[in-house]
Design a protein around this ligand. Structure first.
Ligand SMILES: C[S@@+](CC[C@H](N)C(=O)[O-])C[C@H]1O[C@@H](n2cnc3c(N)ncnc32)[C@H](O)[C@@H]1O
Length: 511
């Protein structure tokens, strides 16, 4: 059977906001654990960093941090290093190292170690070495993020990998062509109702999902040398042997019982006698297939007062403006409607003025709710992903100038990523230094932001048209000419996205 090697297949250029130190600290605080202080210098290691997109973005957001990206794919490390150099970042370094030989390198201890898309896709020996690395290199109060395919959700999906590997075993073509052949084969089976797909509806959903992803992603998901889905308790046991204990989930809703499972299961979840049992029950109820877990080194927990104090000072803002804010959100089978005055009031305020619960509760409109309720409302809002924790100094309203003739990017990372990836993927990471967050923005938004930087106000639609022409891409539009459709889309961007880009600090008016 021929299997491709992760080392030979480049990964995608995704940006993952959950890897941010602010976000990981929020998960930790939600679960009663001390956040890592970010005011002064801190250290951060991304194991299996791919092209270093997230690591490079974070390095720009946190100049006080020292970032290290490690990956055994030398081409990816070269690309990540060039990106850092072109961004002018001096607080990030990338190392072409196999985790299995990492002990040879003189590496320090880190406040954060993140493993995104690694743990499920390496062989048992490598996993042992990851565990050893974490045990040796995480500081006493540090946090670890680990994402992985998990059971029981993967039970219905694992056979798909076997099917495509068997189907493409004799092919001598390149990895991506093989992957496409494997997908086409699965598609044929699903379309013609092969019994496996009929009996396993999640497998059909999964196929539809991966068909819409970058082909490189699918290669890593289905064709990588090793692939294993874990039960939470297995990963927790491995982490325990590295001295770590579970803090919480970077899928924020899983930290809140009301959102983690439908109402009829809450009682049985509450009866769990340990966090391990709680998480395992939840995974079964949800048929969870992917987990994003945060573990901590320290056994210290915050007192209730300390936790309240910490949560009350976390600053939140929104990633979109009020008209675009989705007030109905679904977490699997649990639906939440941000109805009621407290939610609508918070959305209204935070959409223009990032703030903390401690300050919100001073405002007349929230005084009567009290601090606990405002914190709870913020928890529920943050679970939906449109309200996010930000830098402490992101507070306050920004004067917005949406009529400037030209704009500038505030971070070189944004322009460098656009240079490399414009119109080559669906979404692009853009960092907002003022807010201290990175966002995965739609490629149309990224294109318009670039055009607002490169062209004067009058020229923007024409500029966007030329960019699309060069990339041989069209915009989908209804009626009118393509240039008219682009002009409309640019105007919509100015009204709905530009104010947010300015408030968060992705763009600023050019002098
Ligand atoms: C699925 S990708 C995830 C990349 C990145 N974390 C992201 O989310 O974009 C896994 C990465 O781990 C790297 N990797 C796999 N095994 C490794 C090893 N033994 N040592 C170092 N890197 C490894 C691969 O080269 C690949 O870039």
């Amino acid at each position: 059977m021929s299997i491709v090697h992760a080392k030979d297949t480049p990964y995608t250029w995704g940006y993952y906001g959950e890897l941010s130190p602010i976000f990981l600290n929020y998960v930790s605080a939600l679960n009663g654990h001390h956040p890592v202080p970010l005011e002064d210098s801190f250290s951060y290691c991304d194991l299996g960093c791919g092209f270093g997109v997230t690591t490079n973005g974070l390095a720009q957001l946190f100049p006080q941090g020292q970032f290290t990206g490690i990956d055994f794919n030398e081409d990816q490390i070269t690309t990540a290093t060039e990106l850092a150099k072109d961004c002018g970042s001096t607080n990030v370094e990338f190392m072409a190292l196999d985790i299995n030989h990492v002990t040879d390198a003189e590496l320090p201890q880190y406040d954060f170690i993140v493993l995104h898309g690694l743990f499920s896709w390496v062989d048992p020996g490598t996993r042992d070495n990851i565990r050893k690395f974490v045990a040796d290199h995480l500081k006493a109060d540090g946090l670890v993020y680990v994402s992985y395919n998990c059971m029981p959700g993967w039970a219905a999906l694992a056979p798909l990998r076997d099917v495509v590997l068997t189907h493409t075993a004799g092919m001598t073509t390149d990895n991506l062509i093989k992957t496409q052949a494997g997908l086409d084969y699965l598609d044929f089976m699903a379309t013609n109702n092969a019994a496996f797909f009929v009996d396993n509806p999640p497998a059909r959903e999964f196929l539809e999902e991966i068909k819409s992803k970058d082909i490189e992603y699918v290669t890593h998901e289905l064709f990588v040398d090793s692939s294993k889905a874990y039960y939470f308790h297995q990963v927790a046991a491995e982490m325990r042997s590295a001295g770590l204990s579970y803090s919480g989930s970077a899928d924020l809703h899983l930290n809140f019982i009301d959102l983690a499972v439908p109402a009829e299961f809450r009682e049985i979840l509450l009866q769990a006698t340990s966090r391990l049992e709680y998480e395992s029950r939840g995974d079964f109820i949800r048929n969870q297939r992917f987990r994003k877990d945060v573990f901590k080194n320290s056994r210290k927990t915050m007192s209730e007062e300390e936790q309240l104090e910490t949560l009350s000072h976390i600053v939140f803002g929104t990633t979109c403006m009020v008209p675009e804010f989705q007030t109905n959100v679904a977490f699997g089978d649990v639906e939440l409607n941000y109805a009621g005055d407290v939610f609508s009031g918070l959305i209204e305020v935070l959409a223009t003025t990032p703030n903390s619960a401690a300050e919100l509760v001073q405002m007349d409109q929230f005084k009567s709710y009290g601090l606990d309720l405002v914190i709870d409302a913020l928890k529920f809002l943050s679970a939906g992903g449109q309200v996010v924790p930000m830098r402490a100094d992101a507070k306050g309203r920004t004067e917005l100038d949406i009529e400037a003739d030209r704009y500038a990017f505030t971070a070189s990372f944004n322009i460098q990523l656009l240079k490399r990836r414009l119109l080559r993927q669906d979404a692009l990471g853009q960092v907002a230094p003022k807010a201290g967050i990175g966002l995965s923005v739609s490629m149309a938004d990224a294109l318009f932001a670039l055009c607002l930087v490169e062209a004067s106000k009058e020229e923007v639609p024409n500029w966007a048209f030329q960019r699309l022409l060069e990339a041989r891409q069209e915009m989908k539009f209804e009626g009118g000419t393509e240039t008219e459709a682009i002009a409309d889309a640019v105007e919509k961007f100015r009204q709905t996205r530009l104010p947010k880009f300015l408030e968060l600090g992705i763009l600023e008016p050019a002098n």
